[in-house]
Design a protein around this ligand. Structure first.
Ligand code: MN
Length: 256
C-alpha cells in the first residue's frame, strides 16, 4: 500500500512521527509536510509564491518539507513523491481536536479534503485535547490506529468523502472504544480579545473559549467527551439536499 502522509503542525511535529511509525507497518510511506506549523490555514493553497520541496532527513523514509500548507503538500506529494498516485493519504496526527465547525478552519482536515478531491482514500486524525498544557497522548492515537487500521482502510469510501478521526487524549486503557458520529457544533465565546502593545496601541488576538453545547447525542463532540474515538464521514458535497428540494417546491409554487 502506497501511503502519503502530511499534517499542518509541520514535519517536525511529534504527531507526525507517531503517525509515520504506525503507517510504516502497513505500507510504503512517503512524507510531504509543511516546513513549519500551519495550523488553522483551512483549505487554502499557495498560488502567488513558489513552492520549494526540500528533502528532509528521516531514516528509511522519503520525506520532503514544503514551504506551504497541507493542500500544497498533497499536490506536491502527488507530483514528486507519488507521481503515479497512491492508495491512502493520512493527515495528522494533529495537536488538538478538529470537531464540529473547527473542521472548516483545520489544515489537518484540508489535507484529507485535498486527497479526496484527487480521488484518493483520505483520513484526517487529531488528538482531542481540551486542557492546554496537559500531555498529548499521541501513543494512544498510534495504538488505536494500529489496532483499527484494517477497518479504516477497507471501510466503505462513499462519494467525495473522507473520514475525520478524533482520538481523546487519554491513556489507551481508558479509551471506551469508537463511535461513528456526525459533525457537532463547537462554538467559541470571546473569539477576539483586545490587548495593548508596549506602546499602548490596541491589537487583537483571535482564540476564544469553546462553549460546548452539553447535549449533542451522536456527534463527534459528545463522543470524545465521553472517551470514545470519533469517526465522522465528511462529504465534500456541501449541497444541502433537503433545502434544495424545499427551494424547488417553494419556487414551483410561485410560478404562474
Ligand atoms: Mn495543527
Amino acid at each position: 500500500m502506497r501511503i502519503l502522509i502530511t499534517n499542518d503542525d509541520g514535519i517536525r511535529a511529534p504527531g507526525m512521527e507517531a503517525l509515520v511509525n504506525v503507517a510504516s507497518k502497513f505500507g510504503e510511506v512517503k512524507i510531504v509536510a509543511p516546513d513549519r506549523e500551519r495550523s488553522a490555514c483551512g483549505h487554502s493553497m499557495t498560488m502567488r509564491d513558489p513552492l520549494r520541496a526540500t528533502p528532509y532527513p528521516w531514516p528509511g523514509i522519503e520525506a520532503i518539507e514544503v514551504n506551504g500548507v497541507p493542500v500544497d503538500c498533497v499536490n506536491v506529494g502527488l507530483t514528486v513523491a507519488w507521481p503515479d498516485g497512491c492508495d491512502l493519504i493520512l493527515s495528522g496526527i494533529n495537536n488538538g481536536p478538529n470537531l464540529g465547525f473547527d473542521i472548516t478552519y483545520s489544515g489537518t482536515v484540508a489535507g484529507a479534503m485535498e486527497g479526496t478531491i484527487n480521488g484518493i482514500r483520505s483520513i484526517s486524525l487529531s488528538m482531542a485535547l481540551f486542557v492546554s498544557g496537559a500531555p498529548i497522548h499521541y501513543e494512544t492515537g498510534a495504538a488505536w490506529l494500529e489496532e483499527n487500521w484494517e477497518m479504516l482502510v477497507t471501510a466503505p469510501q462513499g462519494r467525495l468523502s473522507f473520514l475525520n478521526v478524533n482520538i481523546p487524549s487519554i491513556a489507551y486503557p481508558e479509551l471506551r472504544g469508537h463511535r461513528i458520529t456526525q459533525m457537532g457544533q463547537r462554538v467559541y465565546q470571546d473569539r477576539v480579545e483586545a490587548r495593548s502593545d508596549p506602546w499602548g496601541r490596541i491589537y487583537y488576538w483571535q482564540g476564544g473559549v469553546v462553549v460546548m453545547e452539553p447535549n449533542q447525542p451522536g456527534t463527534d463532540v459528545q463522543a470524545v467527551d465521553e472517551g470514545f474515538v470519533s469517526i465522522t464521514p465528511v462529504s465534500l458535497d456541501w449541497t444541502n439536499h433537503e433545502l434544495m428540494k424545499q427551494l424547488e417546491t417553494e419556487m414551483r409554487s410561485r410560478e404562474k
